[in-house]
Write a protein that binds this ligand. Structure first.
Ligand code: FES
Length: 209
């Protein structure tokens, strides 16, 4: 029997596939260009915008970001693989991030982790079958005096006990923020698109007059 060696680590990108990034997403990324000296410096904002728009940054999206910023795709991958915030595969609608650093560990983070994994039936870096939750652990979440700390999307839960976990996960509002947040790195909204259209027509009118 003949053997064939396959390198399964090599990403396969369909060169003929339609672009993944919408024009609105590209335009939002371009809107960061004037803030920085080089397009390369826009990489982190671009990755935030793409992840917010698509849920994760896969190979095709990395390639398109690289083209937009005129940098090698390897630089995009280097950055993504450095920051655990970015996902290269689909994640759940809510991501649970449990702190695994010292203060939270001393206050019982291990028991909280076991309770979360038992409740959801998933391990670290896994997603529930219904696509609702993904689970990871991270280094310090910067609220050490309230450990154990756990983020659900962007909402911080402090002093979490293992016994709190079932109630916490059953709460539909467990990721709802009670404070205003910046939308700077969010995916473009319909309002952004309308503003863009207005700006474009203003510019056209100025040019024509
Ligand atoms: S050690 Fe857990 S938030 Fe800092």
């Amino acid at each position: 029997m003949a053997w064939e060696a396959l390198d399964r680590r090599t990403p396969v990108i369909d060169e003929k596939a339609a672009p993944l990034l919408s024009e609105a997403v590209r335009e939002k990324i371009r809107s960061f260009f004037p803030r920085y000296e080089t397009k390369r410096a826009v990489l982190l904002p671009a990755l935030h915008v793409v992840q917010d728009a698509l849920g994760h940054v896969g190979w095709q999206a990395m390639k398109e970001v690289a083209e937009l910023l005129e940098i090698p795709p390897a630089q995009v991958f280097d950055t993504i693989s450095f920051y655990t915030h970015f996902w290269t595969h689909a994640k759940g609608r809510k991501v649970i991030v449990l702190c695994r650093s010292l203060s939270c560990q001393l206050m019982g983070a291990d028991a909280v982790q076991q309770a979360v994994q038992r409740q959801l039936g998933i391990g670290e870096h896994e997603t529930t079958d219904d696509g609702e939750y993904s689970f990871v652990t991270e280094e310090c979440l910067a609220a050490c005096d309230h450990g154990p700390c756990m983020l659900i999307n962007e909402k911080m839960h402090r002093n979490v006990r293992a016994a709190d976990v079932p109630r916490l996960l059953a709460d539909a509002n467990n990721a709802t923020l009670s404070i205003p947040r910046s939308t700077l790195f969010d995916a473009p909204t319909a309002t952004d698109a309308a503003d863009e259209l207005e700006t474009t027509s203003d510019v056209r009118e100025m040019k024509e007059s």
